[in-house]
Write a protein that binds this ligand. Structure first.
Ligand SMILES: CC(C)(COP(=O)(O)OP(=O)(O)OC[C@H]1O[C@@H](n2cnc3c(N)ncnc32)[C@H](O)[C@@H]1OP(=O)(O)O)[C@@H](O)C(=O)NCCC(=O)NCCS
Length: 353
């Protein structure tokens, strides 16, 4: 028997889960769940032991103890832990992307007893009346138990009275509807290995194209505000510092621009602001050339027209969609007379809007 025990080397986590399973049996029974040792470090099917000649089978269900979480500021959390958290739901963010977001906004995390990040929610204020919301994630282990709603209510407490905008994944729509967010329009996540389209009217766009530099920030902020509906100086300055930018100028006036920065699996282009599809494609084209053969992503509200076609010709088909939603002022309320010229052709990111 001693030798038998010595040969039974369960893997810690499997052992733990079976220990919990064993707790499902009546307390006055002795249950032993062990693993046969097979070769190196490999645990195989559990062997159920018998007691007084009766075979004891583990129950088909397992009751996990309730556990509590505590809320903490996202500021002090290791980037690696935040990275692991977004990976748990399959999001592409790198540690550097979390760092960028943390420097651009504020947020909460939900931590378990041993400090693992199981939930997050962030907000990005622009001026006194407006904010975007993003990085709302609860780990699969916690989902549908009310954790996201709990985090969102904590966010609301921090930014009362602001108009809010966010991009909701399919999984999150019900959550935001229950919090009174209103659906606005679909955002198309276009991505792939980019190749510069050989056809398209982008080449015919009139004006002078050049890379943007620090001297252009003020006009970029103004053009972005016209497209987005809210001035977001600090964010655009920060994006500018991390991006390469191209601008289209007519009579020395900036009429369209596109910023591109490293993100996730490759690079993301956004924001792209322009007065026409042709101009938007024109400022995107040099980024495509810079990253030809690499992974590029563009998140756009354009579902048809020249710009949407340009993306698909460039090898950036729609990969997924999210729904832009707002609470408070609606999207149309941010435009003058119901029309926004110039328009935001690509958002900075789903999180930032
Ligand atoms: C979306 C997400 C944050 C929801 O988190 P959660 O902790 O499960 O949400 P809650 O438990 O607080 O649920 C809130 C509401 O959504 C509902 N809900 C949550 N998940 C659901 C699902 N998969 N299907 C249907 N309804 C769901 C809940 O029932 C609840 O509705 P109710 O108020 O009518 O009862 C979580 O699923 C997640 O992190 N998904 C992956 C990342 C993601 O998509 N984030 C959203 C970014 S916008």
């Amino acid at each position: 028997m001693g030798a038998f025990f010595r040969d039974c080397v369960p893997k810690a986590e499997v052992f733990q889960s079976n220990l919990a399973m064993a707790r499902g049996f009546r307390a006055n029974r002795i249950v032993l769940v062990v693993y046969r040792w097979q070769g190196r470090g490999c645990c195989v099917s559990p062997v159920t032991q018998s007691f007084r000649g009766k075979e004891l089978k583990p129950s088909e269900s397992l009751k996990i103890d309730a556990f509590s979480m505590r809320i903490a500021d996202i500021e002090g959390i290791d980037l690696d832990r935040l990275h692991a958290h977004s990976l748990s739901v399959g999001w592409p963010h790198r540690a550097e992307d979390w760092q960028f977001l943390r420097e651009s906004g504020q947020g909460f995390v939900a931590l378990d007893e041993i400090g693992r990040v199981l939930g997050s929610a962030m907000w990005f204020p622009h001026g006194p009346d407006f904010a975007t919301i993003g990085m709302v994630i609860t780990s699969p282990r916690l989902q549908t138990l009310g954790a996201a709603q709990w985090l969102m209510k904590r966010v609301f407490d921090k930014i009362p009275g602001r108009d809010l905008r966010l991009n909701a994944t399919r999984a999150a729509r019900r959550l935001y509807l229950s919090l009174d967010f209103q659906p606005e329009k679909t955002l198309y996540q276009c991505q792939g290995i980019v190749r510069v389209p050989t056809k398209g009217s982008a080449a015919q766009s009139r004006g002078d194209m050049r890379t943007l530099d620090a001297g252009d920030i003020r006009t970029v902020v103004a053009l972005d505000a016209a497209g987005f509906g809210v001035q977001r100086t600090a964010l655009i300055e920060k994006l500018f510092a991390h991006s390469t930018g191209y601008g289209l100028f007519r009579e020395s006036k900036l009429t369209a621009f596109a910023l591109c920065r490293p993100f996730g699996r490759g690079h993301v282009v956004g924001p792209v602001v322009a007065e026409s599809d042709a101009d938007a494609a024109a400022v995107l084209r040099p980024h495509m050339a810079d990253h030809s053969g690499s992974f590029l992503r563009v998140d756009t509200h354009m579902d048809s027209g020249e710009f949407a076609a340009f993306l698909s010709h460039a090898g950036l088909p729609v990969f997924d969609t999210v729904l832009t939603m707002s609470l408070g002022k609606r999207l149309a309320d941010f435009s003058v007379g119901g029309l926004v010229v110039p328009k935001t052709y690509a958002v900075a990111s789903q999180t930032l809007g």
